[in-house]
Design a protein around this ligand. Structure first.
Ligand code: ATP
Length: 433
């Protein structure tokens, strides 16, 4: 089938001037080097959706690396070249440009790394994930500002449809399943019927189970970072993906309820911290899996220590704190000691799973007031009182802090008075420190 062409010069002309200048530089250089430059992928999709995107993908029919080198000479910025892949990246003030050589890829076996061979634009696009990501804008002198559509992506974009390119797409690369869900939830698009079926078949075929390495985790993170966790998890549940990650990975009614309360809990803490919402979601959904299961998943996905820690969030500690807080009648210093080591997401998680005004009040008391309380005196003040530095200092400071948290001392003067009293009493009991 011949591609469809649409003139979108006016759309290009509406981009910010620095971007339009870059397009013109690319056009002029391509004329000199006798190559064909094409903008492809997410940038084109987002341009048509009028969503800003500073990551540009450029495919060169010709030598992509040479093109990137020459563009770097003209525009400056920071250039990285990857000769084995025929690609280069160029960081220009605010824009990130990926330059590739048009190529085809084939997979030796499902989920393997693609092998690269030289090829042309259409084949390059055919190895992409969805029609909406196969749209191309020519930046050559003759065809400047023409949209080229090989696979019907423009219509799909207008209708709001996520459509895969061929029947093996999810077998070739199961992470595309997560990408499909990501675009569906991000844009509020529908996954087309045939594509939907192919996803179900691939999952049933076991592609998720067979996945090794960190790519699935990276896509999962990126999916959760969209911030539309309810819709996302409905897809993951409906496609049976959770169950394939681990047989006992099934969200309970309580977990769904907790997910629905995430907005509410974030609102409670708002303006005070930058919350990593996706981490909170992760804590909720992995809560019922055993340590062994999580360990197995982390090994399968070959996670880094940091990622492992995120997945392996210690729920027991939060449950222990929850028990203590629910007893009530705690002094502020005790609340402080219980909550001090928890991060913001963990505090929110604690509120989420508690469903108790008493716990909420204590967490907010800690978050809004107690955690800001600091001791004003220092070791120097204790030296001035005639004591030499040693383990006693730590003890004294922690006693002052406790007193301050409990409202027994309020100012620096009162802290000093407190220390004098404390040391006097302590000296009374012991001959020396
Ligand atoms: P986002 O907006 O989330 O960054 P994107 O599609 O704009 O998504 P990338 O994830 O960097 O950006 O991908 C760039 C392009 O590479 C995509 O538009 C898509 O065409 C292609 N691509 C990325 N991952 C895959 C994949 N797993 N299989 C096929 N094509 C892919």
């Amino acid at each position: 089938v011949d591609p469809k062409y649409y003139n979108i010069q006016s759309c290009l002309a509406q981009t910010p001037p620095e971007l339009f200048d870059l397009f013109c530089q690319i056009r002029d250089l391509s004329e000199t080097l006798h190559v064909e430059p094409y903008l492809v992928g997410g940038f084109v999709r987002d341009l048509l959706l009028k969503r800003p995107n500073k990551d540009l993908d450029l495919v060169i029919e010709g030598d992509g690396i040479e093109f990137a080198r020459k563009l770097h000479q003209v525009l400056g910025g920071k250039l990285d070249v990857h000769p084995n892949f025929g690609t280069a990246t160029l960081d220009l003030n605010g824009f990130h440009l990926d330059v590739a050589t048009a190529r085809v890829e084939y997979y030796e076996y499902p989920a393997a790394l693609p092998q690269v061979k030289p090829g042309r634009l259409k084949q390059d696009l055919y190895r992409r994930d969805f029609t909406i990501n196969t749209l191309v804008i020519s930046l050559s002198k003759e065809k400047f500002g023409w949209l080229i559509d090989f696979f019907g992506g423009n219509e799909d974009l207008k209708k709001g449809i996520i459509r895969g390119l061929h029947s093996f797409t999810f077998i070739d690369d199961p992470t595309r399943i997560l990408r499909g869900i990501k675009f569906a939830v991000r844009f509020g698009f529908t996954i087309e019927e045939e594509t939907d079926l192919l996803i179900r078949q691939a999952v049933e075929h076991g592609v998720i189970k067979e996945l090794k390495g960190p790519r699935f985790w990276e896509e999962l993170k990126s999916l959760l970072m969209e911030g539309k966790e309810l819709k996302t998890l409905q897809y993951l549940d409906d496609y049976g993906i959770l169950r394939e990650i681990a047989p006992d990975f099934k969200l309970t009614d309580q977990q769904w309820k907790n997910l629905k309360r995430i907005d509410w809990v974030i609102q409670l803490f708002k303006d005070q911290c930058i919350v990593q919402r996706w981490l909170l979601v992760l804590m909720v959904i992995f809560a019922n899996l055993s340590k062994e299961t999580i360990e197995r998943i982390a090994n399968d996905w070959n996670l880094s220590l940091k990622d492992r820690a995120q997945l392996n969030f210690i729920h027991e500690e939060v449950y222990r704190v929850k028990e203590k807080l629910s007893e009530g009648k705690l002094r502020p210093s005790q609340i402080y000691n219980l909550l001090e080591s928890l991060g913001s997401e963990e505090l929110m998680y604690l509120v989420l799973i508690s469903d108790s005004q008493l716990i909420l009040d204590q967490v907010l008391e800690f978050y809004n007031r107690l955690r800001r309380i600091d001791v004003e005196v220092s070791g120097k003040d204790i030296i001035n009182l005639g004591f030499s530095p040693g383990p006693l200092f730590k003890e004294v400071i922690s006693k002052v802090k406790e007193a301050k948290l409990n409202g027994k001392v309020k100012s620096r003067e009162e802290e000093l008075e407190f220390i004098k009293e404390y040391l006097k009493e302590r000296k009374g009991g012991q001959s020396e420190f």
